[in-house]
Design a protein around this ligand. Structure first.
Ligand SMILES: Cc1cc2nc3c(=O)[nH]c(=O)nc-3n(C[C@H](O)[C@H](O)[C@H](O)COP(=O)(O)OP(=O)(O)OC[C@H]3O[C@@H](n4cnc5c(N)ncnc54)[C@H](O)[C@@H]3O)c2cc1C
Length: 429
């Protein structure tokens, strides 16, 4: 007799979604979460005078799973201020224009980069196995940019728009990232851009996690890292860091891909899964919040992929101050906790900004994440996507990192939680 029908490891969006579904199906569910808070890579903190999203930020109605949850719980949706100025770098000089001007400037490059997305991935909600896609998946985003006929200035601007999306050095990012994101918006790069970076949940993204976790009768234990999993075809047991052993008929791991191989699992994890986890994702970048003295006009700014900060924009604007969100390709490129270094990084565009405070969570160094949002390396999709989603005995997997449609997003985490819960419930009979 097992203690629970299902144990879920991790209370991020995939975990809470699976817990709700299984609880609604009448299963007894225990969720074990290493951190002292729910949410995982959804991490809303009251900092810099606002609800600050240290983790995932934006949602859109083109992301069907997350939008359905927003509707279900009646959550308000908001957006940041529209940019009135846009800065980018051309011939080593800063150009000041409006956002439309920038989008027009990068349009030819973005079109060339993404023109085959809808053809190569006609159904991004399913696993793509065509030869044409697999050939494209062998390339890095950098290799594809290098093959496009772009001037140096166009290249800098086009590349750094993708650092904002991919959060990693482009020579480590698989071209599949651009294909998958654009295929999810039926091949339209501007729609993809909007769908991934404008709308946010008004009272903080943690309100979504809290609403899902409160819905159903699953039991949650916070501050309880799981250190090992043992399983057979019919049941399993987990051991927590304090040595407690708990049994269940099924176990669901929602661990981020980069730390999956660190968990002691017996029988040993399938070799393809293990290799994918050891290789790691390309998501090694930085998301940084910066409060500056106001008043300033809302703005957007792009530099190059080689700068510490490639993309920056105002997300909150007040009379006295403004809060900017910034992205860089590599968390180790500069000391993002040092106000001096951050001020220096902003000078690539303008030297009139006075930095008051900064806030960030170092996801790449967080032992329970070690990555920001899923961005696959070249060939990783072909090598591992199908296997990563496959259960092993009583052990199942759910994660935004292994979703099909919007992998690396809230939407993907919910998709994966729903799907895995359905499979587990079916197995339990
Ligand atoms: C900086 C940043 C910006 C992002 N921006 C966006 C965005 O704008 N829009 C968007 O849709 N998505 C965004 N994302 C991605 C999105 O946040 C994630 O894809 C999604 O939240 C992942 O959910 P998950 O449940 O799969 O994984 P996680 O949220 O990582 O959940 C896994 C859980 O497992 C726990 N855990 C790990 N190890 C153990 C253990 N041994 N024992 C017990 N528990 C354990 C972790 O603490 C965590 O709570 C962003 C992510 C980051 C980090």
């Amino acid at each position: 007799m097992s203690d629970y029908d299902v144990i879920i490891i991790g209370a991020g969006l995939a975990g809470v979604t699976a817990a709700r579904e299984l609880s609604h199906a009448g299963r007894s569910v225990l969720v074990l979460e290493a951190n002292d808070r729910l949410g995982g890579r959804v991490y809303t903190a009251d900092r810099l005078g606002v609800h600050l999203e240290l983790g995932g930020n934006w949602i859109h109605w083109l992301q069907p799973h997350v939008w359905a949850e927003v509707t279900r719980y009646g959550l308000g949706v908001d957006r940041g201020p529209k940019s009135e100025e846009t800065y980018w770098i051309q011939n080593g000089k800063v150009v000041k224009n409006d956002l439309e001007g920038f989008l027009k400037f990068i349009d030819p490059g973005q079109r060339k980069l993404t023109e085959h997305a809808a053809r190569l991935m006609p159904r991004p909600d399913l696993i793509e196995t065509s030869k044409a896609f697999q050939e494209a998946d062998k390339l890095t985003l950098q290799e594809v940019f290098d093959s496009l006929d772009l001037s140096d200035e166009e290249r800098d601007a086009n590349e750094c728009a993708w650092v904002g999306h991919c959060n990693g050095p482009l020579d480590e990012v698989g071209y599949s990232a651009a294909l998958r994101w654009t295929a999810a918006t039926a091949g339209e790069w501007t729609t993809m851009h909007t769908a991934t970076s404008v709308l946010r949940i008004k009272d903080g993204n943690n309100t979504l996690v809290d609403a899902i976790a409160a819905d159903g009768a699953a039991e949650y234990r916070l501050g309880t890292p799981v250190v090992s999993v043992r399983h057979s075809d019919d049941n399993g047991e987990v051991t927590t860091a304090d040595g407690t052993v708990i049994t269940a008929r099924r176990i669901i791991s929602t661990l981020p891909l980069n730390i999956l191989h660190e968990l002691d699992i017996q029988p040993a994890l399938n070799l393809i899964k293990r290799a994918a986890s050891e290789e790691g994702t390309a998501s090694k970048g930085l998301k940084l919040w910066i409060r500056v003295k106001g008043p300033i006009k809302p703005f957007f700014a792009y530099s190059t992929q080689h700068h510490p900060l490639s993309v920056i924009r105002t997300e909150f604007v007040g009379e006295e101050d403004a809060v900017l969100v910034a992205f860089g390709a590599d968390i180790d490129r500069f000391d993002f906790e040092d106000i001096e270094q951050v001020s220096e990084a902003l000078k690539v565009w303008r030297d009139d900004l006075e930095v008051l405070e900064i806030a960030a969570h170092p996801w790449g160094r967080d032992p329970y994440a070690r990555e920001t949002w899923l961005i696959q390396r070249a060939g990783a999709y072909t090598r591992s996507q199908e296997e990563l989603r496959r259960s092993e005995g009583a052990l199942h997997f759910a994660s935004g990192d292994i979703a099909n449609l919007w992998a690396g997003f809230f939407d993907g985490a919910i998709e994966s939680g729903l799907e895995t819960a359905r499979n587990v419930n079916k197995e339990l009979g």
